[in-house]
Design a protein around this ligand. Structure first.
Ligand SMILES: CC(C)(COP(=O)(O)OP(=O)(O)OC[C@H]1O[C@@H](n2cnc3c(N)ncnc32)[C@H](O)[C@@H]1OP(=O)(O)O)[C@@H](O)C(=O)NCCC(=O)NCCS
Length: 133
């Protein structure tokens, strides 16, 4: 799948923005997919935590697609949008962008995913979201 060079959605605020570092590479020297998955999970959890006004856990990672590679030195911006709210669960849609050669405005959509989080109480049991907001 090839996605053309794109522009960051500057009208939106990213959930996180992070620089891909040499320590995050795989054996071939590119950024490890697991690192990006971790960043995506963190980005989604921030939105879910805010909405649920308290602790959440990831219950499912769906439709995770790696569209383009991430390289050392890329600035990765992850946008997370709440798209569905259940009784205790929240679904978050993620778009991750990589800015290469910063300053030259080369930007790629590198991953998309859909994650589900569950609000939990102090006993780690699901808690209704609306009663806690
Ligand atoms: C998340 C957890 C608390 C849910 O507990 P549970 O007893 O299975 O809860 P329920 O069956 O009542 O489901 C709770 C909600 O999650 C949703 N859910 C459960 N499994 C799901 C799945 N595979 N995909 C999407 N949603 C799911 C349910 O639909 C429900 O949503 P709703 O209340 O909005 O209708 C429990 O499974 C858990 O602790 N999992 C481990 C979480 C964790 O450690 N995450 C980090 C991994 S490193």
């Amino acid at each position: 799948m090839s996605t053309p060079v794109t522009k960051l959605p500057v009208e939106k605020q990213p959930s996180i923005r992070v620089l891909a570092m040499p320590a995050d590479t795989n054996a071939a020297g590119d950024i490890f997919g697991g690192w990006l998955m971790s960043q995506v999970d963190i980005a989604g959890s921030i939105v879910a935590y805010r909405y649920a006004a308290g602790r959440v856990v990831t219950v499912a990672v769906n439709n995770f697609v790696f569209i383009k590679p991430v390289f050392v030195g890329d600035l990765v911006s992850i946008f997370a949008e709440l798209t569905q709210v259940g009784n205790t669960s929240m679904t978050i849609d993620i778009n991750a962008y990589s800015e290469r050669k910063r300053g030259e405005a080369e930007c790629h959509l590198v991953a998309q995913a859909k994650l589900t989080y569950v609000a939990i109480d102090k006993d780690r049991k699901p808690r209704p979201i609306s009663k806690n907001r």
